[in-house]
Unconditional design. Sequence first.
Length: 174
Amino acid sequence: MSLQTILLFVGLAVSSCAVIRSEQKNKSVQLVVQTHTPYCGGAYPTPEMAKGSYTPQSGQRYVLLKGTTYSSSSTIIQTIQLDGQGAVNLALPAGDYLLVHPDKQLTFNAFLKKYQPANANEKNSQGKECYEKWYASPDFTFHVSSDTTLQFTQRSSCFTGTNPCLIYTGPYPP
């Protein structure tokens, strides 16, 4: 075997190890989470007001899970807290992840007690099935393959907030 062939094999071996190490390296991930609140009536809106508003979820906590399927017994990687701009910087290996509100770690009955209104005269609840579906769903899912910034928007509704199981049936502002 010639010296050139040996050097070629050594070079390939070293470069393949470098590729494997770079694939295993954690990726720099910035998550930015905001809430969109629609225009909910009152004075005639300007075109800008009619678009609603976006608010960073400052100080909000989320549970970070690895995988594509959520259940309340999923293994928690870490609990994160968003900064004043609704952001957090993480170092994560490549893969699939879920963000879940910490209240979804409660038992279902405790979750239902916290979010289903006792007096539903102006906020009609869509029923226990809706709460079961909401409880069993991650808030956000994402895939990491490289350094990235990801933005998530949670939708809010007029007079019911981010609870997707409530429908406001009361009067709207004039």
